[in-house]
Design a protein around this ligand. Structure first.
Ligand code: PEP
Ligand code: MG
Length: 540
């Protein structure tokens, strides 16, 4: 059984290599990266050991694959961070591939369409999405899945209109029913009249034109009409994603989420393993900055090896830098690995969830120790590494002037800053309406952080979802933000929009927004401002 399992794994890796090659050729590196991630899942030594263990305990190869991968899927589904939760789909995808290999079942071909169509499915696997024939698939909608799944991320990078998570009723649609898929609004319209169809056709054409134009210049810098240049980075959370980031025109990695190394593990990753995981990212980025965020686990992002007791309020509990400082060996081994991997690159390090000044001072000291140790041991370590504080807790925003004395830069984590400011859990749909990063309360904190940073002579970035939101970009620019870091797919449009703006006008807009009474009022104000400049196409 173990031999069969190993053969299926080897065959699946070969299949994925072929698919990768095809995707890179036909669709680009963004789509190809999915297949790299899937190969890594199969080749993970821990998974391999688990499979072997299950087989030794008497399971067939199929049963071993099913149980081990179901366990991984469950682990990822239990994570609070929606980004990681949706990595579960990648494990399910890989498990199915292995099972097909073991059972000799042919892969269903989604390339067998003979005319243009909207695809309606219960769910689409990321690898299926990557193989869609884009000359014929005009869009897709699924009953399951979330907006941060690889399937959705891929749809975005393929430029395919898609709406996911519509619920099982979607599957009641009649075969051949004409559909309009409005990915921007998250709507699927059946039975539209001719007038509606014509309006949508026009919008689709205008949007395609804008996207194509944005992509052409995506490697050019983002400079406003009146000459203000801002840095545009990309957020990545899995090795391999840096290729898509560079292809989209990112000028660096503004947020490297390192949790992929820690999530769902029985033992913490060794320093060497971390060095090996980080190195290719620095190699790909060359002189461009890579801002690595140290481990942001704990609380409701469980890491099996930490054995965290159940907490009533995990978001207010033992997580991120709190764990790092309580278990300095764990954090120091990550810092050592980053410093070693970053040799010859442009490494910057930042700490998540800083709430008080003492945490930043202690984290910085740990970094200094890691550097000194490496030098003592004769190991090469990156030098002159900028150390930053993530500002995602209101207390940190309010004390930014004091924190600035201990940081070389700030990176605002608007996702967490929003949830803590509005006391609205970012993953709870019941309070989703409250969770709005454009709330003036959040904007006032952002304003304060930027001003405190600049007064102390340090630069300020923002790496939450807000950075890539076209409605937020004029505001953040006007507040003086120096660096925007976002999902790779958002980079070309963000740069193109910034090139259409004037800093002076954006500043006036931002000042006014700070005085609005509500997020809705801010949204109306920015929309009207964009409308006056004929720029609403970016947000429609
Ligand atoms: C944030 O909180 O805005 C952030 C960038 O970090 P994460 O989404 O990983 O918590
Ligand atoms: Mg955060």
């Amino acid at each position: 059984e173990w031999t069969r399992c190993q053969e299926a794994m080897a065959a699946a890796v070969r299949d994925l290599a072929v698919l990768r090659e095809k995707a890179a050729r036909e669709a680009g590196e963004a789509e190809a990266a999915i297949f790299d991630a899937h190969q890594m899942i199969i080749q993970d030594p821990e998974t391999e050991a688990d499979l072997q263990g299950a087989i030794k305990a008497g399971a067939s190869a199929e049963a071993a694959v099913e149980t081990i991968f179901a366990g991984e899927v469950e682990k990822f589904e239990a994570l609070d961070d929606p980004y990681f939760r949706e990595r579960a789909a990648d494990f399910a995808d890989v498990a199915r591939r292995l099972l097909r290999r073991l059972l000799g079942i042919e892969e269903v071909s989604l390339t067998a369409l003979d005319r243009p169509a909207v695809l309606v499915a219960r769910d689409l696997l990321p690898s299926e999405t990557a193989q869609l024939d884009r000359t014929l698939v005009r869009g897709f909608c699924t009953a399951r899945g979330g907006p941060l799944s690889h399937t959705a991320i891929l749809a975005r990078s393929l430029g395919l209109p898609a709406v996911v998570g519509l619920g099982e009723e979607l599957l009641d649609l009649a075969e051949e029913e004409p559909l309009i898929v409005d990915g921007t609004a998250g709507l699927v319209l059946a039975g539209a009249d001719e007038q509606e169809r014509a309006a949508y056709r026009q919008r689709a054409a205008a949007s395609a034109e804008r996207r194509a134009a944005a992509l052409i210049n995506c490697r050019e810098p983002a400079v406003t009409r009146d000459g203000r240049r801002v840095e545009i980075g990309a957020n990545i959370g899995l090795p391999g994603e840096e290729a898509a980031a560079l292809e989209a025109g990112a000028e660096g990695i503004g947020l490297l989420r390192t949790e992929f190394l820690f999530a769902g593990r029985q033992t913490a990753p060794a320093e060497e393993e971390q060095v090996r995981a980080y190195r290719p990212i620095f190699a790909a980025l060359g002189e461009r900055p890579v801002i690595a965020r140290t481990l942001d686990i704990g609380g409701d992002k469980p890491a099996a090896f930490l054995d965290i007791p159940r907490e009533d309020n995990p978001f207010l509990g033992w997580r991120a830098i709190r764990i790092g400082l309580a278990q300095p060996d764990l954090l120091k081994s990550q810092l050592r690995a980053l410093l070693r991997a970053g040799v010859g690159g442009n490494l910057k390090i930042m700490f998540p969830m800083i709430a008080v000044v003492a945490e930043m001072a202690a984290a910085r000291e740990l970094c200094r120790q890691a550097q000194a140790e490496l030098l003592e041991e004769g190991l090469a370590a990156a030098a002159d590494v900028e150390i930053g504080a993530m500002i995602e807790v209101p207390s940190a925003a309010l004390l930014a002037d004091h924190l600035a004395g201990h940081a070389d830069f700030f990176s605002i984590g608007s996702n967490d800053l929003t949830q803590y400011t509005l006391a609205a859990d970012r993953g709870n749909p019941a309070v989703a309406a409250l969770f709005d990063a454009l709330d003036p309360a959040v904007l006032r904190l952002i304003d304060r952080v930027i001003r405190a940073g600049h007064a102390a002579g340090i630069w300020v970035g923002l790496c939450g979802e807000l950075a890539g939101d076209p409605l937020a970009i004029p505001l953040l620019l006007g507040l003086g933000l120096d660096e925007f870091s976002m999902g790779a797919a958002a980079v070309p449009a963000a740069k193109a929009l910034i090139r259409k703006l004037s800093l002076a006008e954006a500043e006036a807009l931002a000042r006014e927004a700070l005085d609005q009474p509500s997020a809705a009022a801010v949204r109306d104000q920015v929309y009207a401002w964009l409308a006056a400049r004929e720029l609403t196409g970016w947000v429609d």
